[in-house]
Design a binder for this molecule. Sequence first.
Ligand code: CTP
Length: 215
Amino acid sequence: MKPIHFLITAGPTREHFDPIRYVSNRSSGKMGYALAGAAARVGQVTLVSGPTALKPPAGVEFVQVLSAAKMAKAVFGRYAKVDVVIMAAAVCDYRPRQVANRKLKKTGKKFVLELEPTTDILLELGRRKRRQILIGFAAETNDVEHFAQDKLRRKNLDLIVANDTRAFEGETNIVTLIHRDGRVEHLPEMTKAKVAREILKRALAACQTLAHPVQ
Ligand code: CTP
């Protein structure tokens, strides 16, 4: 039987407005890399990663990207061939509308940076979904479960991992798993490696339900 092919995204994206300055976020990539490591033990893995300080796990196909646009291109180009997508990346929702090709000089006056929306990769994957299992993350500061439920429906996901933004740089995470069928699981605080194994278990169960992978 063909191994299950996982496409996992990780890390932040970086949205430049001149060659040395950018807008980004605090994502370390640890959750996504832990998922890629766990998935590599049970299947084939493509890890699409924004800039992080981490070493890719052994045995994964590693695709490095910088911006949300590059991440979208890397993910969309591989979507048709994969069985499970886990969007653990903290994709920037906005990017500077204009990008200067030279370093901007200070003027001493007020500087207003205009931002425009990036493509919502996961929303688009949900629209184009055929047989893939889609897993998303919801990083929230408040009303975690409520917002996560909404994202699950809106983005046509099979599972959403809701976590508190306090977990961003740490070694542990406290997550709530919300399934498409309405099941809600509150997991206790555990290492990101353990959270990764728990998510993987649910992904594999979802694959079996749909008799994945489809040949
Ligand atoms: N995501 C994505 N593309 C984006 C933004 C987010 O694919 N441009 C994915 C993330 O990888 C994550 C999920 O969408 O799996 C949720 O991201 P989040 O930023 O928490 O939520 P948003 O949908 O952007 O909604 P909001 O900003 O309103 O919280």
